[in-house]
Design a protein around this ligand. Structure first.
Ligand SMILES: [Zn+2]
Length: 255
């Protein structure tokens, strides 16, 4: 009996420690999967979505109650706000599975970076997937040029370097938008490590992996792409990045 009491006492201490570590943030345990396994999990979900074979998900009372104790999303998705591209559906995931940051044009400014940092640093998500998509209105507006109204200009400004890059690649107007969408997705993936010391540190320590993909509106399929081509985000204020630095960039788009 003594042994049992001792064991119970030990458990009590663990519980107290767990409670204390949870005071600042909801949780820092993280999802119990490797970055590669997390990516595989997402792509499996996308396959189910494409085939119309969605998994039965617990999104009811029990799961909601369970999640009041904390969240351990296994992936962070940085995607466009477009109504046709909802990450939970595209990757066939339920409550508490993915941490989603959505902004028109899937750009990464300080607010988005802060959101991603929170997920990888405090929730322990091992994967960040930047998701662009076909026919993106934000990229389209940037390609069209002109002076955008209201605050849309701040989005266009972030996408402009990708459009410039795409224009250097192709003169074909039909291909230009797709090329710009691809470059913009890659640029955002590169920005994550260039503009965030927290993310860079975790990627270098192999705790976090960055992937990039483009969503096909018609098929529903997410095609993974190289997270960075030249490894250089030509953002308006990233021009000072050296090639040497860019070379050290981790660019995983593998499977
Ligand atoms: Zn879009």
């Amino acid at each position: 009996m003594f042994k049992t009491r001792k064991a119970l006492a030990a458990l009590g201490i663990i519980a107290i420690l767990a409670a204390y570590s949870g005071t600042t943030f909801a949780s820092s345990e993280g999802a119990d999967v490797s970055p590669d396994a997390a990516l595989a999990k997402l792509m499996d979900g996308n396959k189910r979505f494409v085939e119309g074979k969605q998994a039965q998900k617990d999104i009811g009372d029990n799961r909601r109650t369970e999640l009041t104790k904390g969240q351990h999303p296994f992936a962070v998705i940085l995607s466009c706000s477009d109504s046709r591209v909802p990450p939970e559906h595209i990757f066939d995931q339920g409550l508490g599975d993915i941490f989603v940051v959505r902004v028109a044009g899937n750009i990464a400014d300080s607010v988005e970076l802060g959101s991603v940092e929170y997920a990888v640093e405090h929730l322990g998500s091992p994967l960040i997937l930047v998701l662009g998509h076909q026919m993106c209105g934000a990229v389209k507006a940037t390609v069209a040029g002109g002076k955008p109204e209201g605050n849309i200009g701040s989005i266009v400004k972030k996408i402009a370097p990708a459009v410039k890059k795409a224009k250097a690649q192709t003169k074909d107007k039909d291909k230009l938008l797709d090329a710009a969408i691809l470059e913009n997705t890659k640029n955002t993936a590169t920005t994550l490590t260039q503009k965030s010391a927290i993310i860079k540190h975790l990627v270098e320590g192999k705790k976090v992996k960055i992937a990039a993909g483009v969503y096909n509106l018609a098929t529903g399929r997410v095609e993974l792409v190289e997270a960075s081509s030249a490894g250089r985000a030509e953002g308006s204020d990233a021009a000072s990045q050296s090639h040497e630095h860019a070379h050290a960039e981790h660019s995983h788009a593998g499977h």
